[in-house]
Design a binder for this molecule. Structure first.
Ligand SMILES: Cc1cc2nc3c(=O)[nH]c(=O)nc-3n(C[C@H](O)[C@H](O)[C@H](O)COP(=O)(O)OP(=O)(O)OC[C@H]3O[C@@H](n4cnc5c(N)ncnc54)[C@H](O)[C@@H]3O)c2cc1C
Length: 454
């Protein structure tokens, strides 16, 4: 009988375990993770023998110790303006304090020499506003992919001494018993007094089944569709040198839709992302200057929400991503100039361009994949950004598609992130409450403190 069972070893699960042990070192804690330990997480794509995604049963990029963020850029945004709405449950002040606390832990375990960017330059915000672009306020700790990994390694070394870490253990069911919870995987059963579920985005369909089996209410959430933009780093240097990552929101004139920049990676690389067998695009960058590229990349995303009779926002996003996979065999890349002229990009046109792609994607035509509404929104925002960072709308700016941000449905939890079942908590991205490293981690600390005192 565990005192605390945690399903999922992403940031949410790790920080729940870390804080619980700190508050009460005598607790018997079990963490159950479908993926592997950190050092065994290896994506088989090597660019030589295996060039593209072979759809492994468990994706090493998304699953395993460290969760979806293990190979990410490690940008911990300290803000209530994006990354989730944890503050709606626990209050704005507490949410920020918890994110700051997570930052101190990350610094203690390897991140202390990394930079915390604070968005204080009013001249940039003013310049953006003059072109109907709204710069959101945030502090960003950029760990970088390399230091992020080190921090996880160090946290792993702390936890492995004090917590039972069960890897390759995919939890199939969660049952409520009188004295706690029983969770089952293929050949084992575990019991515990308290159960915290933190299965992230990759566990979204699983979470849906668990909610239905335990009669926990859910609501459909949004899906974000867009492209990853890659351009010469100089073009965005005014923003990235002082802010590192700027979150900018634009309201399109034509549809009045909100379009936003997301996950900006100065001198970074564009990468494939595999979500449940569908290949989409993402990006990251390294803290180590020797690994810098000449390019900066960021996503431009448009949110879509659906109501009756269609509620499956994620399926809508999946269908669009599948279409790009069908036409391009994976991710499609197109020069902005080609898109505007209504012509597909070809390998010849991409090679002849002045921006060298950092991801090997199929040159093609994104207008055959992305719905008109979202594409028009994105093109409008590129022209608006061109006013602030001239060069954004250059012919050679590369657009990779599609980038899709899937969100979990919103799980009904109270202000303690507890479900209608006592001692069953749903935190992190699988709750629909968070969608970032800092918010997911903070939600874990919050629940641990709620359970075991401050
Ligand atoms: C490529 C990439 C880059 C990103 N970059 C950033 C960034 O720079 N900044 C940022 O804020 N966010 C970033 N994100 C998002 C961020 O990684 C997530 O918001 C965060 O990891 C969510 O944490 P979590 O603990 O809720 O879930 P996850 O990190 O997804 O962890 C959930 C874990 O649960 C496990 N699991 C799932 N189902 C089961 C089951 N049934 N049984 C057992 N285990 C299970 C999974 O294997 C996984 O390891 C990025 C995401 C990706 C994919």
């Amino acid at each position: 009988m565990y005192d605390l069972m945690i399903v999922g070893a992403g940031p949410g699960g790790i920080f729940t375990a870390y804080e619980a042990i700190r508050l009460n070192p005598d607790l018997k804690i079990g963490v159950f993770e479908t993926g592997s330990p950190l050092e065994k997480r290896k994506c088989p794509i090597d660019g030589k023998k295996i060039k593209s995604c072979i759809h492994c049963k468990t994706c090493s990029i998304m699953n395993g110790f460290g969760g979806a963020g293990a190979f990410s850029d490690g940008k911990y945004n300290i803000t209530n303006e994006f990354g989730g709405n944890l503050y709606e449950y626990i209050g704005e002040k507490e949410a920020i304090e918890l994110m700051e606390y997570v930052d101190t832990i990350n610094c203690r375990y390897g991140g202390k020499d990394t930079k915390l960017y604070v968005n204080t330059d009013p001249s940039i915000a003013k310049k953006c506003l003059q072109h109907n672009l709204h710069l959101l306020k945030a502090s960003v700790r950029h760990l970088g992919t390399d230091i992020n990994y080190k921090v996880l390694e160090n946290l792993y070394n702390v936890l492995k001494e004090k917590v039972d870490l069960h890897f390759y253990t995919h939890i199939d069911t969660v049952e409520h018993k009188d004295d706690g919870y029983t969770i089952r995987c293929k050949d084992q059963i575990f019991t515990g007094k308290v159960c915290v579920i933190s299965t992230g985005r990759s566990g979204s369909s699983w979470m849906e089944k668990i909610c239905s089996s335990l009669d926990i209410e859910t609501e459909s959430n949004r899906v974000d569709i867009g492209v990853r933009v890659e351009l010469n780093a100089e073009i965005f240097s005014e923003l990235t040198d002082s802010l590192y990552e700027s979150k900018i929101v634009y309201r399109s004139k034509k549809y009045q839709d909100k379009v936003r920049t997301f996950c900006m990676n100065p001198h970074g690389v564009v990468v494939n992302e595999n979500t449940n067998g569908i290949v989409t695009v993402n990006g990251h960058s390294y803290e180590d200057p020797s690994r810098y590229t000449e390019n900066t990349n960021f996503a431009l995303l448009v949110s879509s929400r659906f109501t009756e009779p269609f509620r499956q926002s994620n399926q809508y996003g999946e269908s669009i991503a599948r279409l790009s996979n069908m036409l391009g065999g994976g991710v499609i890349v197109q020069r902005f100039g080609d898109l505007i002229r209504g012509q597909r990009s070809t390998p010849h046109r991409i090679q002849g361009g002045f921006t060298t792609p950092t991801l090997k994607a199929t040159p093609g035509d994104l207008s055959l994949v992305i719905p008109k509404r979202q594409l028009d929104d994105i093109i409008e925002m590129i022209y608006a950004l061109d006013e602030v960072c001239p060069g954004t709308a250059n012919d050679d700016t590369l657009l990779y598609g599609v980038e899709v941000k899937f969100y979990n449905m919103q799980v009904k939890v109270d202000s303690n992130l507890e479900t209608c079942h006592k001692n069953l908590f749903v935190i992190g991205d699988c709750s629909g409450v968070t969608h970032s490293l800092s918010h997911a981690s903070a939600s874990g600390v919050y629940v641990a403190r709620h359970l075991y005192g401050k």
